[in-house]
Design a protein around this ligand. Sequence first.
Ligand SMILES: NC(=O)c1ccc[n+]([C@@H]2O[C@H](COP(=O)([O-])OP(=O)(O)OC[C@H]3O[C@@H](n4cnc5c(N)ncnc54)[C@H](OP(=O)(O)O)[C@@H]3O)[C@@H](O)[C@H]2O)c1
Length: 240
Amino acid sequence: MARTAIVTGGTRGIGEAICLALQDAGVAVAATYAGNAARAADFTERTGIRAFCWDVADHAACQQGCAEVEAALGPIDIVVNNAGITRDGTLMKLSYEAWKAVIDTNLGGCFNMAKATFPGMRARRWGRIVNIGSINGQAGQYGQVNYAAAKSGIHGFTKALAQEGAKIGVTVNAIAPGYIDTDMVAAVPADVLDKIVARIPVGRLGQAHEIARGVVFLCSEEGGFVTGSTLSINGGQHMY
Ligand SMILES: NC(=O)c1ccc[n+]([C@@H]2O[C@H](COP(=O)([O-])OP(=O)(O)OC[C@H]3O[C@@H](n4cnc5c(N)ncnc54)[C@H](OP(=O)(O)O)[C@@H]3O)[C@@H](O)[C@H]2O)c1
């Protein structure tokens, strides 16, 4: 059966790879983005996938945005909560605003999107939610109390919502990527990145499509017995 998916932060990086992989699997896909309209327009031109702009940290905007996507593409069967930001700094330097922005976007966004789409999945007795966590939510990371807390929260959110979805055909899983070659990692200073790569057993950064393959599996019919799990895709950097 044809399915419809929404991928938050789908216009670049890991999200773009997820959109393309789901599209290849025969799913009708919508992407969202926060405000980089030039990248979104380029994405849509290259892929034919529509992009919708709203802030996943905004609860009302998620309700309204998902209604718009459903009007355009049909009921949402699959949600990939991929939108995420970093605002790094040690606790001594981290502002309350940087703490709140990361928690509200990375973790609050998962709640807001689930609130907008879970009732429809429940009514139709089928759904897939995949939340993109992080190795740094599993292991912690210096200078990232906000990011690590939000991503760690995603793993708890996943296990709790999976219990609510299990009897109604809705699976909820997480993927915890290691370091993946995207704009987010390009922002890490080169000397720091060299040290990070030196700690990855496979000896390289991951590629966005390697995360996307995991998402496609979790969203497939065959993935129906997998719920509440976290799939670590990190080149062996953290075996959890
Ligand atoms: N890259 C890594 O190594 C890595 C490792 C572990 C986990 N992750 C996680 O994987 C996910 C994707 O990472 P990435 O590296 O692909 O990121 P990225 O290249 O920085 O792209 C982020 C995407 O999220 C969107 N976005 C950001 N804030 C948003 C908001 N408030 N509302 C809606 N959309 C928003 C961006 O939209 P605009 O284009 O409009 O800004 C963009 O499409 C994130 O959750 C990240 O934490 C990444």
